[in-house]
Design a protein around this ligand. Sequence first.
Ligand SMILES: [Mn+2]
Length: 316
Amino acid sequence: MLSYLPPDENFLGIAAEHSTDRAQIAILPLPLERTTSYGKGTKDGPRAILRASHYVEFYDDEFDRELCFDVGIATLESLPLKKLPPPEALSLIEARTREILASGKFCVALGGEHTVTAPLVRAHIERYPDVSVLQLDAHSDLRDEYDGTPLSHACVMARVAEFLPPDRITQVGIRALCKEEAAFIRKRGVHTFFASGIRRGRYGDEWIERVVETLGEKVYLTFDVDALDPSIMPATGTPEPEGLTYSECIALVRRVVESGRRIVGFDVVELAPIKRLHFADLVAARLVYKLLNIAFFHERPKSSRRSPKPRRSSRA
Ligand SMILES: [Mn+2]
């Protein structure tokens, strides 16, 4: 049984009729923070995104629609991850994700540290065995262990590569990794698009096409907000210069869908909100809604609605 957050706490602040059982989209807040290495605060990420989302417009000009009313977006209560030992916390995430997918909903997880992605991918593989993983990130996260634990956020893709063939992982925006991770990429066939390579033309002008070609028909997207340049996304544990622009990320994800591939679920992780720097929270909230608009590109709006949409007043 899934329980949902009320309109004053849910994603976008939408009325109950569009944000409960009938919704096609489920937002799952995962405030996990165990192994942050530098800046702290990822446990506050989901709440900051939900709060900022109340200032994101329902309407998207590119798609000319209000997706939240066309398909519905329900926000689940946060999982009680704080008191559990890490392996149990990850099992709980996997079980809840399975439950969401079994109910026929599209799952969007909000981190929290990147560690949450392993159980999310595992649950999606069960439903979509041939899924590819597209990882937008500054860090390749392929270390075997970090700070003495294999369950660190810095190891999450190494954990994923234990149950998903490494050549079904595509990483974009990478600009910080160790020698062993570089060797892992070469030997195991991970598709890695380095930020330096994108900027220096290593993949040609059509680098987005090169990325998309590596993906299968179904794609799980894991978006570590540190993929973005720190100028637009400073609110993350380990910000790295020479990041991607917001527009580049959107263009890439859009191209995935335009190429006929399907995004089957995604997460946005590693937001560590900075007090009085609320623009970064809003960037993350807008990103989530934009990614949803892109992922539901092919879903036709309903021809009629049962009742008038609730409207928020002013946005000024
Ligand atoms: Mn990461």
